[in-house]
Design a protein around this ligand. Sequence first.
Ligand code: CA
Ligand code: CA
Length: 289
Amino acid sequence: MFHASESFSEDPGVPDTVRFGEWSVYVTGPPYAGEAIVPLVVFNDEPVQLFHIPVKWTGPMVCDTAYYAEGRPDVLDYQAVDIETSIPLVWFVALSHGDPMPPGTGTVAHMHFVVYDTGWAELDTANTGIIYLVFNDPQANSWIPQVVPRRHHIIPSLPGDVNGDGKVDASDVVFLINYLYRGGTVPDPPQRGDVNGDSVVGAGDVVYLINYLYRSGPPPLARHASQESKCRGWPQPGPLEYECQTHCVLHSLPSAPDRQDRSCRKKERRILHTDTDVSRGVKTPSPAE
Ligand SMILES: [Ca+2]
Ligand SMILES: [Ca+2]
């Protein structure tokens, strides 16, 4: 592994920052169950040759998959992620044997959480004494970036509420049709569009919703059970198998791949504009913390 030969006394220039991008939770119940995908965002004004980013979480959720984003971290040719549900911890380690990750800001990874209840969730970085947050530059100078923790109030989602306004009515049919056939906004999160609970967003959901609203059809369904069964059979997490896990998560989302890509790009743009959208102040963890 790569060890620092010297250290900056402090992060030079504008403080580098690790924070969590905008995320939504889709939880239905009771009994409550759902999922969340949380972006991990890095700002750096030094070139980064290596980073260790351990993420801890509290609240009614468990990380079952984590994977690197496309784009910013592509230059880092060694990318590893380890999930320790007993601590709990998600540990991202990435480094480059060639060019460093240049200065910039944006998502470097995503964490997929299974949510099992409502309440408050909090994400932060961790320091176990052995595993701690650190960045290195190409000269092996190391420094600890700032961290912006994030809290999220997990509240139940209403099945059939495609546009997320808290009620199920004709505007949800319009929203769904616009998304499916007119290049309209992607439901946020996409699971909101899966009204009939079959893990796909399509014409069947439009028909199902119209039948419910105007023809005394059955009520909209939660989707999490079918999503779980779809992921069953994929390899357990391991160093070389995250691509399969990622594939599973991405393809279990109720959207076609091109729509999913569009959704990700849209979220990426939104992240870039929410730098100040934080729930508590910036802190810089020390090794003794
Ligand atoms: Ca609605
Ligand atoms: Ca569906």
